[in-house]
Design a protein around this ligand. Sequence first.
Ligand code: ARG
Length: 300
Amino acid sequence: MIDTPRAGQYEVVPADSPLAAPADAAPRPVRTREYLMCPPEHFAVEYAINPWMHPEQPVDAELAVKQWDGLRETLTRLGHPVHVLDPQSSLPDMVYAANGAFVVDGTVYGARFRYQQRRAEAGYHRAWYLANGWTDFHIPEHTNEGEGDFAYLPAVPGVGGVVLAGYGFRTAIAAHAEAQEALARPVVSLHLTDPRFYHLDTALASIDDSTIAYYPGAFSAASQRVLRQLFPDALLADEADALAFGLNLVSDNRHVVLNSTATGMVAKLAARGYEPVPVELTELHRGGGSVKCCIAELRR
Ligand code: ARG
Protein backbone atom coordinates (compact mmCIF):
# COMPACT_ATOMS: atom_id res chain seq x y z
CA MET A 1 0.00 0.00 0.00
CA ILE A 2 1.13 3.54 -0.61
CA ASP A 3 0.11 6.50 1.48
CA THR A 4 -2.82 8.56 0.28
CA PRO A 5 -1.23 11.75 -1.03
CA ARG A 6 -2.02 14.83 1.01
CA ALA A 7 -3.91 17.79 -0.42
CA GLY A 8 -1.75 20.09 -2.48
CA GLN A 9 1.11 17.61 -2.63
CA TYR A 10 2.54 16.85 -6.03
CA GLU A 11 1.71 13.28 -6.91
CA VAL A 12 4.50 11.05 -8.09
CA VAL A 13 3.53 7.53 -9.08
CA PRO A 14 6.59 5.33 -8.54
CA ALA A 15 6.92 2.43 -10.99
CA ASP A 16 6.30 -0.10 -8.20
CA SER A 17 3.16 1.66 -6.95
CA PRO A 18 -0.19 -0.14 -7.36
CA LEU A 19 -1.38 3.02 -9.17
CA ALA A 20 1.29 2.92 -11.87
CA ALA A 21 0.43 1.14 -15.09
CA PRO A 22 2.60 -1.96 -15.62
CA ALA A 23 4.84 -1.61 -18.65
CA ASP A 24 3.18 -4.60 -20.37
CA ALA A 25 -0.42 -3.61 -19.49
CA ALA A 26 -3.07 -4.21 -22.15
CA PRO A 27 -4.53 -0.98 -23.55
CA ARG A 28 -7.45 0.27 -21.51
CA PRO A 29 -10.80 -0.44 -23.23
CA VAL A 30 -12.39 2.54 -25.01
CA ARG A 31 -15.95 3.50 -24.03
CA THR A 32 -17.65 5.21 -26.93
CA ARG A 33 -19.07 8.58 -25.91
CA GLU A 34 -21.65 10.84 -27.54
CA TYR A 35 -21.05 14.57 -27.39
CA LEU A 36 -22.76 17.89 -28.06
CA MET A 37 -20.70 20.92 -29.11
CA CYS A 38 -21.41 24.45 -30.36
CA PRO A 39 -19.03 26.15 -32.84
CA PRO A 40 -17.41 29.45 -31.75
CA GLU A 41 -18.69 31.37 -34.79
CA HIS A 42 -19.77 34.24 -32.53
CA PHE A 43 -17.18 33.73 -29.82
CA ALA A 44 -15.78 36.93 -28.27
CA VAL A 45 -14.77 38.20 -24.87
CA GLU A 46 -17.16 41.11 -24.48
CA TYR A 47 -17.72 41.00 -20.72
CA ALA A 48 -15.87 39.53 -17.74
CA ILE A 49 -17.71 37.01 -15.57
CA ASN A 50 -14.62 35.02 -14.53
CA PRO A 51 -11.02 36.07 -13.78
CA TRP A 52 -9.72 34.71 -17.09
CA MET A 53 -11.78 37.09 -19.22
CA HIS A 54 -10.18 40.39 -20.32
CA PRO A 55 -12.47 42.21 -22.77
CA GLU A 56 -9.68 44.68 -23.62
CA GLN A 57 -7.56 41.85 -25.07
CA PRO A 58 -8.50 40.83 -28.60
CA VAL A 59 -9.54 37.28 -29.48
CA ASP A 60 -8.51 35.73 -32.79
CA ALA A 61 -11.96 34.58 -33.91
CA GLU A 62 -10.69 32.70 -36.95
CA LEU A 63 -8.14 30.80 -34.89
CA ALA A 64 -10.82 29.99 -32.31
CA VAL A 65 -12.91 28.30 -35.03
CA LYS A 66 -9.87 26.44 -36.37
CA GLN A 67 -8.91 25.15 -32.93
CA TRP A 68 -12.50 24.16 -32.15
CA ASP A 69 -12.66 22.26 -35.47
CA GLY A 70 -9.49 20.47 -34.43
CA LEU A 71 -11.09 19.41 -31.15
CA ARG A 72 -14.24 18.17 -32.89
CA GLU A 73 -12.18 16.23 -35.45
CA THR A 74 -10.07 14.68 -32.68
CA LEU A 75 -13.19 13.38 -30.92
CA THR A 76 -14.61 12.04 -34.18
CA ARG A 77 -11.31 10.35 -35.07
CA LEU A 78 -11.36 8.64 -31.66
CA GLY A 79 -14.77 7.21 -32.63
CA HIS A 80 -17.13 9.46 -30.67
CA PRO A 81 -20.16 10.96 -32.46
CA VAL A 82 -20.37 14.75 -32.05
CA HIS A 83 -23.70 16.57 -32.45
CA VAL A 84 -23.59 20.26 -33.24
CA LEU A 85 -25.78 22.95 -31.69
CA ASP A 86 -26.44 26.10 -33.76
CA PRO A 87 -24.55 29.10 -32.34
CA GLN A 88 -26.40 32.39 -31.71
CA SER A 89 -24.86 35.75 -32.55
CA SER A 90 -26.01 37.36 -29.29
CA LEU A 91 -24.42 34.65 -27.12
CA PRO A 92 -20.61 34.79 -27.38
CA ASP A 93 -20.06 32.18 -24.61
CA MET A 94 -22.32 29.59 -26.21
CA VAL A 95 -19.22 27.69 -27.40
CA TYR A 96 -18.91 26.44 -23.79
CA ALA A 97 -21.57 23.83 -24.42
CA ALA A 98 -20.90 21.92 -21.19
CA ASN A 99 -22.86 24.55 -19.31
CA GLY A 100 -26.15 23.92 -21.15
CA ALA A 101 -27.38 20.85 -19.23
CA PHE A 102 -26.30 17.72 -17.34
CA VAL A 103 -27.37 14.31 -18.63
CA VAL A 104 -27.34 10.99 -16.77
CA ASP A 105 -28.80 7.78 -18.19
CA GLY A 106 -31.17 9.51 -20.57
CA THR A 107 -32.43 12.09 -18.08
CA VAL A 108 -31.59 15.72 -18.78
CA TYR A 109 -31.31 18.23 -15.94
CA GLY A 110 -31.46 21.62 -17.62
CA ALA A 111 -29.30 24.65 -16.84
CA ARG A 112 -30.18 28.02 -15.35
CA PHE A 113 -27.28 30.42 -15.80
CA ARG A 114 -26.04 32.67 -13.03
CA TYR A 115 -25.26 35.69 -15.23
CA GLN A 116 -27.74 37.52 -17.40
CA GLN A 117 -25.28 37.52 -20.34
CA ARG A 118 -25.61 33.73 -20.71
CA ARG A 119 -29.18 33.15 -19.55
CA ALA A 120 -30.70 32.64 -23.00
CA GLU A 121 -28.36 29.72 -23.75
CA ALA A 122 -30.41 27.36 -21.57
CA GLY A 123 -33.43 27.61 -23.87
CA TYR A 124 -31.40 26.74 -26.98
CA HIS A 125 -30.01 23.66 -25.26
CA ARG A 126 -33.46 22.64 -24.09
CA ALA A 127 -34.86 23.05 -27.61
CA TRP A 128 -32.04 20.87 -28.97
CA TYR A 129 -32.73 18.05 -26.50
CA LEU A 130 -36.47 18.14 -27.15
CA ALA A 131 -35.96 18.17 -30.93
CA ASN A 132 -33.60 15.20 -30.69
CA GLY A 133 -35.80 12.83 -28.76
CA TRP A 134 -34.68 13.52 -25.18
CA THR A 135 -38.14 13.65 -23.64
CA ASP A 136 -37.11 13.30 -19.99
CA PHE A 137 -36.08 16.94 -19.52
CA HIS A 138 -36.17 18.65 -16.12
CA ILE A 139 -36.45 22.43 -16.14
CA PRO A 140 -34.53 23.62 -13.06
CA GLU A 141 -35.77 26.05 -10.47
CA HIS A 142 -32.30 26.67 -9.10
CA THR A 143 -29.22 28.27 -10.64
CA ASN A 144 -26.89 25.68 -12.12
CA GLU A 145 -24.44 25.68 -15.00
CA GLY A 146 -24.84 22.12 -16.23
CA GLU A 147 -21.82 19.92 -16.66
CA GLY A 148 -19.61 22.87 -15.80
CA ASP A 149 -20.50 22.14 -12.17
CA PHE A 150 -21.56 18.48 -12.31
CA ALA A 151 -19.47 15.38 -13.02
CA TYR A 152 -20.65 11.77 -13.20
CA LEU A 153 -18.90 8.56 -12.22
CA PRO A 154 -20.99 5.57 -13.32
CA ALA A 155 -19.40 2.85 -11.20
CA VAL A 156 -17.86 3.88 -7.89
CA PRO A 157 -17.04 0.59 -6.07
CA GLY A 158 -19.66 -0.35 -3.49
CA VAL A 159 -21.89 2.57 -4.47
CA GLY A 160 -22.62 2.69 -8.22
CA GLY A 161 -23.36 5.92 -10.07
CA VAL A 162 -22.31 9.07 -8.23
CA VAL A 163 -22.71 12.73 -9.14
CA LEU A 164 -20.09 15.21 -7.95
CA ALA A 165 -21.35 18.79 -7.80
CA GLY A 166 -19.58 22.10 -7.30
CA TYR A 167 -20.88 25.28 -5.68
CA GLY A 168 -19.39 28.55 -4.53
CA PHE A 169 -19.28 30.66 -7.69
CA ARG A 170 -21.96 29.64 -10.19
CA THR A 171 -24.22 26.73 -9.27
CA ALA A 172 -26.45 27.22 -6.20
CA ILE A 173 -26.19 24.47 -3.60
CA ALA A 174 -30.00 24.10 -3.78
CA ALA A 175 -29.51 22.85 -7.34
CA HIS A 176 -27.56 19.88 -6.01
CA ALA A 177 -30.61 18.56 -4.18
CA GLU A 178 -32.74 19.34 -7.21
CA ALA A 179 -30.35 17.40 -9.46
CA GLN A 180 -30.43 14.45 -7.06
CA GLU A 181 -34.22 14.33 -7.28
CA ALA A 182 -34.18 14.70 -11.07
CA LEU A 183 -31.42 12.17 -11.74
CA ALA A 184 -31.96 9.73 -8.84
CA ARG A 185 -28.27 9.44 -8.12
CA PRO A 186 -26.43 10.45 -4.94
CA VAL A 187 -25.00 13.95 -5.29
CA VAL A 188 -21.88 14.91 -3.35
CA SER A 189 -21.59 18.69 -2.82
CA LEU A 190 -18.11 20.16 -3.12
CA HIS A 191 -17.25 23.74 -2.15
CA LEU A 192 -15.10 25.61 -4.70
CA THR A 193 -13.17 28.40 -2.98
CA ASP A 194 -10.65 29.75 -5.55
CA PRO A 195 -12.24 32.12 -8.12
CA ARG A 196 -9.81 30.99 -10.82
CA PHE A 197 -11.51 27.61 -10.64
CA TYR A 198 -15.07 28.86 -10.70
CA HIS A 199 -16.62 25.77 -12.28
CA LEU A 200 -16.10 22.23 -11.00
CA ASP A 201 -14.80 21.15 -14.41
CA THR A 202 -11.81 23.51 -14.09
CA ALA A 203 -10.65 21.63 -10.97
CA LEU A 204 -11.93 18.05 -11.20
CA ALA A 205 -12.56 15.47 -13.91
CA SER A 206 -13.68 11.88 -14.10
CA ILE A 207 -11.02 9.95 -16.01
CA ASP A 208 -12.74 6.56 -15.95
CA ASP A 209 -15.86 4.90 -14.45
CA SER A 210 -14.65 5.32 -10.87
CA THR A 211 -11.52 7.50 -10.87
CA ILE A 212 -11.16 11.25 -10.68
CA ALA A 213 -8.32 13.69 -11.18
CA TYR A 214 -8.49 16.94 -9.20
CA TYR A 215 -6.61 19.91 -7.82
CA PRO A 216 -7.17 19.90 -4.03
CA GLY A 217 -6.35 23.62 -3.64
CA ALA A 218 -9.51 24.59 -5.51
CA PHE A 219 -11.72 23.18 -2.73
CA SER A 220 -12.48 24.01 0.92
CA ALA A 221 -10.56 21.96 3.49
CA ALA A 222 -13.71 19.97 4.30
CA SER A 223 -14.40 19.20 0.63
CA GLN A 224 -10.78 18.10 0.19
CA ARG A 225 -11.33 15.66 3.01
CA VAL A 226 -14.53 14.36 1.42
CA LEU A 227 -12.69 13.80 -1.85
CA ARG A 228 -9.81 11.98 -0.11
CA GLN A 229 -12.29 9.73 1.68
CA LEU A 230 -14.29 8.86 -1.45
CA PHE A 231 -11.39 8.70 -3.91
CA PRO A 232 -8.20 7.58 -2.17
CA ASP A 233 -6.71 6.57 -5.53
CA ALA A 234 -7.43 9.87 -7.31
CA LEU A 235 -4.86 11.43 -9.56
CA LEU A 236 -3.82 14.64 -7.82
CA ALA A 237 -3.08 17.64 -9.98
CA ASP A 238 -1.02 20.60 -8.81
CA GLU A 239 -1.71 24.30 -9.24
CA ALA A 240 0.27 24.51 -12.49
CA ASP A 241 -1.76 21.62 -13.96
CA ALA A 242 -5.00 23.31 -13.01
CA LEU A 243 -3.92 26.75 -14.27
CA ALA A 244 -3.04 25.16 -17.62
CA PHE A 245 -6.64 23.84 -17.70
CA GLY A 246 -5.19 20.32 -17.48
CA LEU A 247 -8.25 19.10 -15.56
CA ASN A 248 -10.70 20.49 -18.10
CA LEU A 249 -10.61 17.23 -20.05
CA VAL A 250 -12.73 14.47 -21.53
CA SER A 251 -11.84 10.80 -21.23
CA ASP A 252 -13.14 7.69 -23.01
CA ASN A 253 -11.50 5.46 -20.41
CA ARG A 254 -8.38 5.17 -22.55
CA HIS A 255 -7.82 8.45 -24.42
CA VAL A 256 -7.80 11.64 -22.42
CA VAL A 257 -8.26 14.74 -24.55
CA LEU A 258 -6.79 17.79 -22.85
CA ASN A 259 -5.23 21.20 -23.40
CA SER A 260 -1.75 20.90 -24.95
CA THR A 261 -0.08 23.32 -22.55
CA ALA A 262 -0.96 21.04 -19.61
CA THR A 263 2.26 19.04 -19.99
CA GLY A 264 2.38 17.99 -16.33
CA MET A 265 -1.04 16.37 -16.58
CA VAL A 266 -0.04 14.66 -19.83
CA ALA A 267 2.83 12.97 -17.96
CA LYS A 268 0.72 12.01 -14.93
CA LEU A 269 -2.01 10.48 -17.08
CA ALA A 270 0.50 8.53 -19.15
CA ALA A 271 2.12 7.17 -15.96
CA ARG A 272 -1.31 5.79 -14.99
CA GLY A 273 -1.75 4.01 -18.34
CA TYR A 274 -4.05 6.50 -20.09
CA GLU A 275 -3.27 7.83 -23.57
CA PRO A 276 -3.18 11.63 -23.43
CA VAL A 277 -4.38 13.39 -26.60
CA PRO A 278 -3.31 17.06 -26.41
CA VAL A 279 -5.20 19.69 -28.41
CA GLU A 280 -4.52 23.40 -28.85
CA LEU A 281 -7.26 25.72 -27.60
CA THR A 282 -5.47 29.00 -26.83
CA GLU A 283 -8.32 31.27 -27.94
CA LEU A 284 -10.99 29.53 -25.87
CA HIS A 285 -8.67 29.85 -22.88
CA ARG A 286 -9.31 33.61 -23.08
CA GLY A 287 -12.96 33.04 -22.21
CA GLY A 288 -11.98 30.94 -19.21
CA GLY A 289 -12.39 27.47 -20.63
CA SER A 290 -10.81 24.60 -22.49
CA VAL A 291 -11.64 21.10 -23.75
CA LYS A 292 -14.34 20.04 -21.28
CA CYS A 293 -16.10 23.39 -21.28
CA CYS A 294 -16.70 22.99 -25.02
CA ILE A 295 -18.24 19.52 -24.70
CA ALA A 296 -21.47 18.24 -23.19
CA GLU A 297 -21.63 14.47 -22.77
CA LEU A 298 -24.87 12.78 -23.76
CA ARG A 299 -25.32 9.73 -21.53
CA ARG A 300 -28.13 7.57 -22.93
N1 ARG B 1 -16.88 32.55 -20.21
C1 ARG B 1 -17.61 31.41 -19.75
C2 ARG B 1 -18.23 31.71 -18.39
O1 ARG B 1 -17.61 32.39 -17.61
C3 ARG B 1 -16.72 30.23 -19.68
C4 ARG B 1 -17.44 28.95 -19.32
C5 ARG B 1 -16.53 27.78 -19.17
N2 ARG B 1 -17.26 26.60 -19.06
C6 ARG B 1 -16.99 25.60 -18.22
N3 ARG B 1 -17.67 24.52 -18.31
N4 ARG B 1 -16.08 25.71 -17.29
O2 ARG B 1 -19.32 31.30 -18.09
